[in-house]
Design a protein around this ligand. Structure first.
Ligand SMILES: Nc1ncnc2c1ncn2[C@@H]1O[C@H](COP(=O)(O)OP(=O)(O)OP(=O)(O)O)[C@@H](O)[C@H]1O
Ligand SMILES: [Mg+2]
Length: 437
C-alpha cells in the first residue's frame, strides 16, 4: 500500500521534482562532508579554492543527473510514445468510422449515440435525426419478431451477429443491407455499446435476381428443347421403326417355312430382334429426355417408374412412400412437378455415384400448406462441413431449382446415417410465369 503510494507520488511531476530537490540537498551535504573531511586532508588546502568550487557542482551533476533522467526524462519519453500510439489509433478509428460503410453506435439499451456520414447517405437520416432513437426507425416490416429475437440471442451469446436485413430509408424505400453488429464490452465484461456496420447490397441482390431469372430461363429452354427432341424422335424415328417392324412381320408371314427359306427366316427373326432393341433404346432416350409419364400420370407415378428403373439398373433397393390420395397429387403444377422430378433424378444419380448405399427411401407429401419431397439413402453421407465444389453442379442445381420456386432445400443426415435431400415448396410454387420450369 505504502509502496504504491510512494510509487505514485514519485511518478507524478511534483513528487519527482521534490525528490530531486531532496536528493540534491543530500548529495550536496555528502559532497561537502567528503571535500572537508576526506579530500582536503589528502590533497591539502593549498590547492586553489577555485578547484574545490569547481569540484562541488561537478560531483553534484554526476550524482544527480542519472536520477533526473530516470525520474523525469524517461517517463516523459514513454508518455510521448504512448501519446503517439494513441494518436495514430485515434486517426485509424476516425478514418474507419467515416468509411464507405454505414456505421451506427448505440448504448447498451440500443439508443443511437452516433452515426457516420455514410449512414446518413444510405438511410437519409442525419446524425441529429438518428441520435437518441433506436435502430427500429429503420425497420421495414419484412422481418418478423422471431428474426430479431434470434438476432439478439446470438448477439448475447457470441457478442457478434451478421446477416442480411431489409431496412426502410427515411423516404420509405426498402433496401437490403449486409449488417454486422459487434457488442463492445466494458471493464467488467458488461455490454456498454453496440456498433453496427452495414452496406447497401441492392446492386448485388439485383444481380443475383437477374442470374436467377436467367438460370430459370435456361432451364425452361432446356426442358422445352428436350421435350421437342423427344417428340421428334417419337414421331419420326419411332414411327419409322414401327413401320419397319410391321414390314418385317409381313415378310415373315409371306415366307412359308421350308428348307430353302429357313436361312432367310432366321435373318428376319434376327432383324425383328434388332428392331425391338432399337425400339427399346428409343423409348429409354425419349423417357430420359422428357418423362411423358409425368404429364400423363403425375409426379408420384413418375417417381415410382424412375425408382423401378434405378433398382433394375443399379441393384439398389428403392421405395416411394406417398401418403396422399393420388388424385390430389395430379393437381401439382407443371413447374414444381418437373423440378421435383429432376431433383429426384440427380439425387438418385448421386446415390449411385457417391453414397455406397444399399437402400433409398423416397417420401412425397403435399397438402394445402406445402409440398414435401425427401430422398434418403443409407450410404456414407456428406462429410462434416462439406462445401460444394466449384465443379459440382448437382447439389447447386437442386438449390437453384428450389430457389426459383421460393422453396427450401436441406441436405442432412437421416437417423440411420447417409444423406437426406429434403425439399419443401410452397403450394403455389410455379404459378409465377417468370419461373416456369
Ligand atoms: N448421396 C450422397 N452420398 C454421399 N455423398 C454425396 C451424395 N450426394 C452428393 N454427395 C457428395 O457431394 C458432392 C457434390 O455432389 P454434386 O451432385 O453437386 O456433384 P457431383 O455429383 O460430384 O458432380 P455433378 O456435377 O456431375 O453432379 C459429390 O461429389 C459427393 O462427394
Ligand atoms: Mg451429382
Amino acid at each position: 500500500m505504502v509502496k504504491h503510494l510512494l510509487k505514485d507520488f514519485l511518478s507524478s511531476p511534483r513528487g519527482a521534482m521534490g525528490f530531486i530537490a531532496l536528493l540534491m540537498l543530500a548529495a550536496e551535504f555528502l559532497i561537502m562532508v567528503m571535500i572537508e573531511i576526506v579530500l582536503k586532508p589528502v590533497f591539502g588546502p593549498h590547492i586553489s579554492v577555485v578547484f574545490w568550487e569547481f569540484l562541488d557542482p561537478l560531483l553534484l551533476i554526476v550524482i544527480v543527473t542519472p536520477f533526473i533522467y530516470v525520474l523525469n526524462v524517461r517517463p516523459l519519453e514513454r508518455q510521448k510514445i504512448i501519446l503517439q500510439q494513441q494518436f495514430s489509433e485515434l486517426s485509424i478509428t476516425a478514418v474507419t468510422f467515416e468509411s464507405r460503410e454505414g456505421v451506427m453506435v448505440t448504448d447498451a439499451d440500443n439508443n443511437i449515440l452516433r452515426v457516420n456520414h455514410s449512414f446518413s447517405e444510405i438511410t437519409g437520416y442525419t446524425n441529429r435525426e438518428a441520435i437518441g432513437k433506436t435502430p427500429g426507425i429503420l425497420h421495414s416490416g419484412r422481418h418478423n419478431k422471431e428474426f430479431y429475437r434470434n438476432m439478439w440471442q446470438i448477439l448475447a451469446r457470441d457478442r457478434f451477429w451478421c446477416g442480411e436485413v431489409w431496412n426502410r430509408k427515411k423516404n420509405g424505400d426498402i433496401y437490403p443491407e449486409w449488417l454486422a453488429i459487434t457488442a463492445v464490452l466494458g471493464a467488467e465484461g458488461q455490454v456498454t455499446n453496440y456498433v453496427g456496420i452495414f452496406s447497401d447490397i441492392s446492386d448485388r441482390k439485383a444481380g443475383e435476381e437477374q442470374l436467377r431469372k436467367l438460370t430459370a430461363h435456361i432451364q425452361t429452354a432446356r426442358e422445352e428443347e428436350k421435350t421437342r427432341i423427344a417428340r421428334e424422335i417419337h414421331d419420326d424415328l419411332g414411327g419409322t421403326l414401327t413401320a419397319l417392324k410391321m414390314d418385317v412381320y409381313r415378310l415373315a408371314g409371306k415366307l412359308s417355312a421350308n428348307e430353302q427359306t429357313a436361312p432367310l427366316l432366321e435373318r428376319v427373326e434376327s432383324m425383328t430382334q434388332l428392331i425391338d432393341n432399337a425400339v427399346g433404346v428409343t423409348r429409354r432416350v425419349i423417357s430420359d429426355l422428357h418423362p411423358t409419364i409425368l404429364d400423363d400420370l403425375g409426379l408420384v407415378a413418375a417417381l415410382e417408374w424412375q425408382c423401378d428403373q434405378f433398382r433394375k439398373r443399379t441393384g439398389i433397393a428403392c421405395e416411394v412412400i406417398c401418403a396422399d390420395d393420388k388424385d390430389d397429387e395430379k393437381k401439382l403444377e407443371k413447374a414444381p412437378a418437373i423440378n421435383l422430378f429432376r431433383i429426384f433424378q440427380e439425387a438418385l444419380t448421386n446415390v449411385a455415384q457417391h453414397s455406397g448405399a444399399t437402400r433409398v427411401r423416397v417420401e412425397f407429401h403435399q397438402d394445402d400448406e406445402e409440398i414435401n419431397l425427401s430422398i434418403s439413402d443409407n450410404g456414407r453421407g456428406l462429410p462434416e462441413g462439406h462445401v460444394i465444389a466449384q465443379t459440382s453442379y448437382g447439389l447447386r442445381g437442386m438449390r437453384e431449382r428450389v430457389a426459383q420456386l421460393d422453396g427450401q432445400i436441406r441436405f442432412d443426415s437421416p437417423p440411420g446415417g447417409g444423406l437426406r435431400v429434403a425439399v419443401t415448396l410452397p403450394p403455389a410454387a410455379g404459378n409465377n410465369e417468370e419461373r416456369k420450369i
